[in-house]
Design a protein around this ligand. Structure first.
Ligand SMILES: Cc1ncc(COP(=O)(O)O)c(C=O)c1O
Length: 393
């Protein structure tokens, strides 16, 4: 006889049944979408500069490829073989060196699930992309967090934290949220020192914005290195969710074992493939990011604000005072930035017009705070404590 659900005994809660490894995990909270802020505040125009999206949008070729495929949406995608082959050719790698994922986010998760066992250690930097901590936690691994040095990955300190239990190391190059890069020389030395029981993940989500990127594919043949990239940033396809891993074919085969079928869609594959052919769109996006960044930084400097020199499509600013009211003031004026670490914010480089308008809003917020006398100017010791805070997980 079956018990009707309504008369079932109350239980002690599902928490007890959950995998204990997931309990400390804090679900990712995305920033408020512009549409919601628009509705809530009754603003006509809201600009989101919080997620490092490409303000140029996707390549027209990607849009055309999507339109062509719309009548075929009743069919499952194939394994993305055409895109995989194109990526191998483009990067000069052997066939079988690419795994496609539902964004670089899925690829990073697959890497963690492929390699991590409970008790393993995962090394990453702070501040860096927080998803590295989450995927480690989900696998029951221990996170070892190494502070940035002068806002850059401290590869010597990271190497010094390698133990017999270290399994994975994540290095974002450029780093999110600071936009800083490690030098090719420092990376070469670091890779050279890696023991054989460690897999190094080089997250190159923003590498296309970098002037002189390190030749990381050279590492793949003789070290356990996986390079992760995405179409979300320079290709302007964040909404379609497609990224990829580049590694030796034997490593890719391992990652494929843990991937659910069909995680990259027909439209995402086609748009990504078409965007690979659009060098013009990529070059224009890179140039616009560079000039937009220079414009933003020039204004930040004029306002006497501290920021980190960036190679990516965003800038990390330290306001040296509580960032929450500043971010809130910007939202009230129609600009969403990403506040973090109490006193800092990451600001995505928008179009020239967006940057100009953001700067006006920022000046207005800072002036209002001065006039309102919300916070007194900070003493030298408070400044020092603040910059120290930046380096603490
Ligand atoms: C360093 C870094 N890696 C990976 C990702 C994830 O990219 P995707 O949109 O492909 O999931 C991001 C997204 O912002 C990122 O900043």
């Amino acid at each position: 006889m079956t018990t009707p659900l309504s008369s079932a005994r109350p239980t002690a809660g599902c928490r007890l049944l959950a995998n204990p490894a997931i309990l400390p995990v804090r679900p990712y909270v995305p920033g408020k979408p512009a549409s919601e802020v628009r509705r809530e505040l009754g603003l006509l125009d809201v600009v989101k500069l919080a997620s490092n999206e490409n303000p140029a949008g996707p390549s027209p070729r990607a849009l055309a490829a999507i339109r062509d495929l719309l009548p075929e949406l009743h069919l499952y995608p194939d394994g993305g073989d055409e895109l995989r082959r194109a990526l191998c050719r483009r990067h000069g790698l052997a066939p079988g060196s690419v795994l496609l994922g539902h964004g670089a986010t899925e690829v990073l998760d697959l890497i963690a699930r492929t390699f991590l066992c409970s008790g393993d250690e995962v090394i990453s930097a702070h501040p860096s992309f927080p998803w590295y901590l989450t995927v480690g936690q989900l696998a029951g691994a221990t996170s070892v967090v190494v502070p940035l040095r002068d806002h850059v990955h401290d590869l010597d300190a990271m190497a010094a934290r390698v133990t017999a239990s270290t399994k994975l190391i994540f290095v974002a190059n450029p780093n999110n949220p600071t936009g800083t890069t490690v030098t090719a020389r420092a990376l070469d030395d670091f890779v050279e020192r890696l023991p054989d029981h460690v897999v190094l993940v080089l997250d190159e989500a923003y590498i296309e914005y970098v002037d002189d990127p390190p030749a990381t594919f050279d590492y793949l043949a003789h070290r356990h290195v996986i390079v992760v990239r995405t179409f979300s940033k320079i290709a302007g396809l964040a909404g379609l969710r497609i990224g990829y891993a580049l590694a030796r074919p034997d490593v890719i085969e391992l990652l494929e074992k843990v991937q659910a079928p069909f995680t990259t869609t027909v439209l995402a594959q086609a748009a990504a493939l078409a965007s690979l052919d659009d060098d013009e769109h990529r070059a224009a996006s890179r140039t616009a990011a560079r000039s937009g960044r220079e414009l933003l930084c020039a204004h930040l400097a004029r306002l006497g604000l501290h920021f980190v020199s960036s190679q990516a499509n965003f800038v990390f600013v330290d306001f040296e005072t509580s960032v929450a009211p500043i971010a809130d003031g910007l939202v009230q004026r129609g600009f969403i930035v990403r506040p973090m670490l109490d006193s800092c914010a990451r600001i995505t480089v928008g179009t020239t017009a967006q940057t100009a308008a953001l700067v006006v809003a920022l000046e207005d917020v800072l002036r209002a705070r001065e006039v309102g006398g919300v916070e007194p100017p900070r003493s030298e010791s408070a400044r020092t404590a603040q910059s120290r805070h930046l380096a603490v997980p």
